[in-house]
Design a protein around this ligand. Sequence first.
Ligand SMILES: [Zn+2]
Length: 258
Amino acid sequence: MDILPIKAFKDNYIWAIIFHKTKQVIIVDPGDATAVLKTIEQMGLQLIAIFITHHHFDHTGGVSQLCKIFPDVKVYGPKLAKISEITHSVTENDSFEINSCIFNVKETPGHTLDHIVFYTQNMLQYPVLFCGDTFFSCGCGRIFEGTATTMVASLEKILTLPKATRIYPAHEYTLANIKFSLLVEPQNRLLQQYFIKTVASTDKNLPTLPVTLANELEVNPFLRCLNNELDLSTIPTNLNLSNKTAVFSFIRKWKDNF
Ligand SMILES: [Zn+2]
């Protein structure tokens, strides 16, 4: 079993969960059918399920074509999304099983109102989270439909997961996010080291993902402010620094204009 990235558009990753023994694959957020079909054909795979995290076109644009080619595919997506190809609408705390892997759904509104994430503890030796655009390494999703409060509640769900969880975001934003995070926490040594490591991977055109939650707790300012671990020296003192949603909201708006 492997989880491989399929690159699409400028910086999207469409994650492919590959079951080598049965030659089956689950695809997460297929924004582009052509890129997915190329991998499926090259590896001789059968598409058995699609997971959709939210309605944005760069996550769903390939769904209808894939469903035409694989008419038996199961499509798991948010109850709130109006996507006609969804065969299994899922919501908070729903669980379902594919090839003995149990996937658990969490609702994470903020980036969009319909956003969900898929979590499994028994697929690999470590827990795995497919988080769409809710979370990125050293970042979090831009808030398009929710509020800072809803996004904070969503990220707090991610904070409750085991530290060994490997997180698979849908975009390669890591280097730009680290550059921003260094403005927020210039003295963070682990962040400085992460920057050097990420520059090396990016120079070689290697994916910087997945990341562990343990890593993010040390370097991601959006999580660190919720955990009360952020160095607040760059945050204006006229904010109520004990109000973590206010601090989060300030950093989110700072990043929006970065
Ligand atoms: Zn999105």
